[in-house]
Design a protein around this ligand. Structure first.
Ligand SMILES: C[S@@+](CC[C@H](N)C(=O)[O-])C[C@H]1O[C@@H](n2cnc3c(N)ncnc32)[C@H](O)[C@@H]1O
Length: 473
């Protein structure tokens, strides 16, 4: 197959497509990006690169310029170039410290001004990449990366996002409030193409509010990692029947961090009961709902078997019902919720990841045909509103100061990117306090060469674990 996009072989193309990577140094990061997004050896396209970053970072780019051979421009002399094949912006060193919010607003406007001004210069279907972190400072979390991505997506196509995981080891600091080690950043990818809409002109206001940490009862937390690789254990016969379960280990590490023995854990969309199994194993009480009678039976059966074995004191109750109809009178006050919703209607999409294998093994592809199943709602905004309402309703059964963790990922569908994780966080922030993100990284799925020779499409192997706190009024 002809590679019109860059001069990499399919073997060289693949590693860049994994949506997370262990960050080692700027030089490697920049080299990988430049090699992927610039078509070297193309006599028709002059390889012009625009870089914006700190002076130190610019030095690194100059080393690569010698090695790879491209024309380098910076914002100050960008007018001299007619076209750009690639724009690389590194904001990581610009937005730091105690004044990071004010800092961000200035840098955001400069970034928007710069790339908006490039709208007729970036070659068709070529990319802008922005490296940026979210910041948690003095118990205030502000997702700068998501905010910037959402803003820019109003005038360039948001194509993808990768996470750079810093291998700095675990910080073992204790904190009064929940925080993650924060050792990661985002690579945001935008494309200039037929879907780019350039009419936006006022971008100043932030999508995400600067949510103030309303002080809850202080709970001493061990520092929580911002990324971890979990390989699910082989699934048992009944668990394989479910198209999308998460590993019990994932639920366990969160339940350990957010609750003590004897406390109450809840999952409104229990599936095969992974949350409840993890809770019972840790001597917590386990509650929940599940729409599908079939999966609800599996979940209850698994809990029953576990209880008849080694777990005696804790209790469980999983009701077969629509999570929209949860009534506080049916459950005790809950200390912690951990859950994962359907990822919109992706299981109904033909050719979705993992479907061919399930068809071959005669397994069901979606959760149910039930129209109350959120996985059967095809309208994205409707799906988001329904889901948001389910979580808002759960606030009634959650104790003040209690936490809720939601496992989700951003979705790519028919060439468009739907930042489901960010959109959900944005909506839930209206009533809940958004806390720093952590990622469950998958490293046991082979990488597919999506878009080879044509455009960049990553394999999404990072799942967001979004955590919120119910304010104490
Ligand atoms: C991603 S799966 C959860 C998997 C679960 N965490 C596990 O490990 O088995 C989402 C679940 O939500 C359920 N579901 C979909 N719509 C629902 C609704 N309206 N009320 C309750 N459950 C629903 C589906 O049946 C499915 O089992």
């Amino acid at each position: 197959m002809i590679n019109r996009f860059n001069n990499l072989t399919s073997k060289e193309w693949l590693p860049f497509q994994k949506s997370w990577f262990k960050f080692t140094d700027d030089e490697t990061l920049y080299r990988q990006n430049i090699r992927f997004f610039i078509q070297f050896d193309d006599p028709e396209k002059e390889p012009n690169l625009l870089f914006w970053g700190s002076d130190e970072q610019l030095k690194t780019i100059k080393i690569l310029q010698k090695e790879l051979g491209f024309n380098l421009f910076v914002p100050e002399n960008s007018k001299k170039a007619d076209t750009f094949q690639f724009v690389l912006i590194d904001l990581r060193s610009f937005i730091t410290g105690n004044r990071s919010f004010d800092n961000y607003m200035i840098i955001k406007n400069q970034t928007l001004e710069l790339i908006y001004g490039l709208k007729n210069k970036i070659l068709h279907r070529r990319f802008i990449s922005i490296q940026i972190s979210n910041i948690y400072n003095e118990n205030v979390f502000f997702p700068f990366a998501w905010d910037l991505a959402k803003t820019i997506s109003s005038f360039y196509s948001l194509k993808d996002e990768k996470t750079g995981c810093l291998n700095t080891g675990q910080v073992s600091e204790k904190s009064d409030y929940f925080k993650t080690s924060g050792n990661l950043f985002y690579g945001l990818y935008f494309r200039a193409d037929e879907k780019s809409q350039y009419q936006a002109n006022s971008f100043a206001y932030p999508f995400f509010e600067n949510t103030c940490q309303i002080k809850a009862d202080k709970v001493l937390f061990d520092d929580f990692p911002s990324w971890y690789i979990l390989k699910p254990k082989p699934r048992k016969k009944t668990e394989i029947l479910h198209p999308a379960k998460y590993p019990e280990d994932l639920a366990e590490m969160h339940i350990k961090a957010f609750t003590k023995e004897g406390e109450n854990v809840f999952d409104p969309m229990s599936g095969t009961g992974s949350t409840q199994i993890a809770a019972l194993m840790l001597n917590r009480n386990a509650y929940g709902t599940e729409l599908s009678q079939f999966f609800c039976n599996i979940a209850n059966e698994r809990c029953k078997n576990l209880k008849s074995g080694n777990n005696k004191s804790s209790e469980y109750k999983i009701l077969c019902q629509d999570a929209r109809k949860i009534k506080p009178k049916n459950f005790p006050l809950i200390d912690y919720i951990i859950t994962s919703p359907p990822y919109w209607d992706m299981l109904n999409m033909k050719g979705a990841e993992n479907q061919a294998k399930r068809i071959k093994n005669g397994l069901q592809l979606n959760y149910s045909e039930n129209m109350e199943d959120l996985g059967n709602t095809s309208d994205y905004n409707q799906f988001l509103s329904d889901l948001t309402n389910i979580y808002f309703n759960l606030i009634l059964i959650l104790k003040p100061g209690g936490y809720i963790t939601i496992v989700v990922k951003n979705i790519k569908k028919k060439g468009n990117n739907y930042p489901f994780a960010w959109d959900l966080a944005l909506r839930l922030q209206k009533k809940l306090i958004l806390l720093p993100e952590s990622f469950w990284l998958q490293d046991d799925i082979s990488i597919a060469p999506y878009g080879y020779g044509n455009t960049f499409v990553s394999n999404t192997f990072h799942q967001y674990c979004l955590t919120f706190q119910k304010p104490v009024l």
